[in-house]
Design a protein around this ligand. Structure first.
Ligand SMILES: Cc1cc2nc3c(=O)[nH]c(=O)nc-3n(C[C@H](O)[C@H](O)[C@H](O)COP(=O)(O)OP(=O)(O)OC[C@H]3O[C@@H](n4cnc5c(N)ncnc54)[C@H](O)[C@@H]3O)c2cc1C
Length: 565
């Protein structure tokens, strides 16, 4: 069973405490019930009950305190944090958001050399606090170089902070808001902590109309001492980028959680709805939409799980996660949108009804590709890795599945956030070569043509500066990386041949579509267009395989899960 089923959780954990947190969290939401979850969503009720639950269970304290700063069972363990992410989003994105922005807020703290603040954060976690990441400003969006929050040195050696932050989740309740700014005298970047309870901290508004509090706040002569400073200069800059490197990974899991719940609801509805004396699931096009949605969802999960193995195994010598994490962010979340689109085409009017989970899913799934770096920002990042990925592979020790109870030390010691173009990857060839399935073979041929394209119809200088063109190229590259890690996990999770080939049926079609998009770009040359045409392929048709996936895996979900009322 590859999808989360709260009625039959099967995930393996090395310790009972991890399992206990997941089960109690599921119990909390099932106990709350769908009716109240939906009512709170509609009335935009602040999720005090969930925060009270997590405090009582010390969930964030166990999951978000690195080893050595909390209880014996506390560690930062991406294996278990993945499932916690998934469970929260399965029940509602708002619950996930307060956890996610706590992770972001803790990023600069756990990366800091300020032991006093780390101990304070650990203590606050014990007490049930949540955290906030004060990076964004109203006027500057992704351009954090232009940050205007300023820390001005005073004659007595202290500082005064002045400026505003915008879009800051938990900014209404976080006793430690990790705030990014510049030193007024040197222009150096700085991270310091601010407490929402201080009278110099002015909470101005919730920028959104939702259950979450996404704050605009202002600091007016907010007093800061050396003891409140987390990092400065290059270290502060690296802390900002490295925090986002960690945090952006979670957005993929939010999409997976949302899609999984929506999938159960949609299949159930369609299977029991009768039109013209037959079930909606008897329509061939409905079967096709569901099978596609299911294959895409399993692919999302296989990729995100495998990316975690690389993140947990990362080191100064192995920074492959810096490619895989933006792919989770950009690809898994946009696939999530596609899954919801497919499901919605089936359940149609039902997806608007106020008592469905789907109504929330259809709205919330849109957020994930846009936050913490848009799709564009992430593809712009991803293409930096392309040359080494194709033309300069390296040998690394095999990375196993990382479900062990380790603390992910390296995440808070990532070092300077630069040198991306020098990172090397293991050869993608062997995993494709060792999987002998029709659609994997077709996909492999498409990749070979793409590689020839890069070698012999290499993008010229003006194309390399044209972001619009590079984004189209980046989609093709991203798909190769996506397919590679999916295949690696097919082996690890023993995914059957039928489903694997069905997943590659989708990937072959997507590759063809992206090739067509590159073909029609204004500056694509005729030589490049020839290659694009060769990349456009039809997937291998296999009615038996398709029926097996539909009946045994997708239709089989119809009675598997329904949320308690
Ligand atoms: C609900 C919500 C919660 C949030 N929570 C937080 C939070 O807790 N803490 C926090 O600090 N921030 C938070 N944010 C801010 C969020 O991360 C911003 O959306 C992000 O910084 C991007 O800014 P922007 O959306 O204004 O887009 P802009 O930066 O204005 O981008 C506009 C366009 O320019 C493109 N673009 C920008 N830079 C590049 C580039 N380098 N390459 C290619 N294209 C580019 C973008 O793709 C986009 O199409 C939140 C936002 C929302 C809506």
């Amino acid at each position: 069973m590859l999808l989360l089923n709260p009625k039959a959780p099967v995930r393996h954990y090395a310790d009972t405490r991890s399992q206990e947190i997941m089960l109690r969290t599921i119990q909390f939401f099932e106990g709350k019930g769908k009716r109240r979850v939906k009512a709170d969503d509609h009335a935009r009720v602040w999720y005090a009950d969930f925060l009270e639950f997590q405090k009582r269970e010390r969930a964030f304290a166990t999951l978000l305190t690195p080893k050595g700063y909390g209880d014996a069972d506390a560690r930062w363990d991406t294996w278990r944090n993945c499932e916690f992410n998934e469970i929260l989003a399965f029940y509602g994105l708002a619950y996930w958001y307060t956890w996610q922005v706590s992770i972001l807020g803790l990023g600069p703290i756990w990366q800091s050399g300020n032991e006093g603040l780390k101990r304070k954060a650990a203590q606050l976690l014990q007490e049930g606090a949540v955290f906030a990441f004060g990076l964004s400003e109203r006027k500057h969006g992704a351009d954090i170089y232009s940050t205007e929050m300023t820390l001005t040195p005073q004659a007595d050696g202290t500082y005064r902070a002045n400026g505003e932050k915008y879009y800051i989740g938990n900014g209404n309740v976080a006793p430690m808001v990790s705030t990014f700014g510049k030193l007024a005298d040197t222009g150096e970047f700085v991270f310091f902590v601010a407490d929402y309870r201080d009278k110099h901290y002015r909470l101005l508004q919730n920028v959104t109309d939702s259950q979450s509090y996404v704050a605009q706040f202002a600091l007016h002569d907010y007093p800061v001492t050396e003891a409140d400073i987390l990092s400065r200069g290059q270290e502060a800059w690296d802390a900002a980028l490295n925090t986002v490197n960690i945090g952006k990974y979670n957005l993929g899991w939010a999409s997976i959680g949302i899609c999984t719940h929506a999938m159960y609801e949609a299949v159930r509805h369609a299977a029991y709805r009768r039109l013209y004396n037959m079930a909606v699931t008897d329509f061939p096009h409905v079967q096709q939409l569901f099978t596609d949605a299911y294959a895409r969802l399993v692919a999302m999960k296989l990729f995100a799980l495998r990316a975690a193995d690389y993140m947990r195994s990362a080191s100064p010598e192995d920074r492959r996660y810096l490619l895989y994490n933006p792919v989770v962010k950009m690809k898994v979340t946009t696939q999530g949108e596609q899954v919801i689109n497919l499901l919605w085409d089936v359940i149609a009017a039902k997806g608007f009804e106020k008592d469905t989970y789907f109504e929330m899913a259809a709205r919330d799934i849109r957020a994930l590709p846009k936050l913490e770096g848009t799709v564009h920002v992430n593809i712009a990042l991803i293409v930096k890795f392309m040359a080494n990925y194709f033309f300069n592979p390296a040998t690394y020790p095999e990375v196993p599945q990382r479900s062990d109870a380790a603390n992910d030390d390296f995440l808070f010691h990532q070092g300077p956030a630069k040198g991306l173009g020098r990172i090397q990857f293991h050869d993608y060839g062997p995993v494709f070569a060792s999987t002998d399935l029709p659609n994997v073979r077709i996909f492999r041929r498409q990749v070979d043509v793409f590689k020839q394209f890069l070698m012999t119809a290499t993008p010229d200088a003006s194309q390399q500066k044209d972001t619009d063109w590079l984004l189209a190229l980046g989609e093709l590259f991203t798909l190769v990386v996506y397919a590679q890690l999916i295949l690696e996990n097919v082996g690890i999770y023993q995914v059957g041949d039928d489903l694997t080939d069905q997943i590659f049926d989708c990937l072959v079609r997507d590759f063809s579509q992206f090739a067509l998009q590159l073909y029609i770009k204004p500056s694509t040359t005729s030589r490049q267009m020839e290659y694009c045409l060769k990349m456009i392929q039809k997937p291998a048709v296999d009615e038996r395989r398709y029926q097996s996936v539909w009946m045994n895996r997708v239709y089989a979900l119809r009675d598997e899960y329904e949320m308690e009322a």
